[in-house]
Design a binder for this molecule. Structure first.
Ligand code: NI
Length: 170
């Protein structure tokens, strides 16, 4: 099953997502549908608010939609930056932000604890693309998008372009 992905400026994307009290079959089914949706959209991460559910659930697979070898289903993720590893700046996009990519500065390495789809605790340390992707997806649970990390100038240029496109589509 493929779910509909909400786009900025949908207000659901701005809500702080609620913790998941129990990992039920419904949550597992939702996570599976999210993974399918993420692969179909050729994304490497998806957060539940992006499909209209304001709950703390993300799916990530940095091996991509072709290989599908690294699927992580993370429930109630708690992310801890490891600032001693420094920072990286890479170009990001988002399935909820159409036709736009921009450079964002992130921690190079993070630790994360969460529950998996079976409700079992997961702990991992990540660097590289996975570290960046986890920060991007956990941001979604705080109602934050990658465009919030841009400079004011870049952000206002992006918003002007978006307004123009929304006007042209109206
Ligand atoms: Ni995103």
């Amino acid at each position: 099953m493929s779910l509909t992905i909400l786009r900025h400026p949908d207000p659901v994307l701005r809500k702080i997502a609620a913790p998941i009290p129990e990992v039920t079959d419904e949550i597992r089914e939702l996570a599976a549908a999210m993974a399918e949706t993420m692969y179909r959209a050729e994304g490497i991460g998806l957060a539940a608010p992006q499909i209209g559910r304001s709950i703390r659930l993300i799916t990530v697979d940095v091996t991509g939609p072709e290989r599908r070898e690294g699927l992580l289903t993370l429930i109630n993720p708690e992310l801890t930056p490891l600032p001693e590893a420094g920072y990286v700046e890479g170009e990001e996009g988002c399935l909820s932000v159409e036709d736009y990519r921009a450079k964002v500065r992130r921690y190079a390495s993070v630790a994360l604890s969460a529950l998996d789809a079976n409700g079992a605790p997961v702990r991992l340390e990540a660097e590289g693309l996975l570290a960046v992707c986890l920060q991007h997806e956990v941001d979604h649970l705080e109602g934050k998008l990658f465009i919030d990390h841009l400079s004011r100038l870049k952000r206002s240029m992006y918003e002007a372009r978006l307004r123009k496109r929304l006007r042209n589509n109206a």
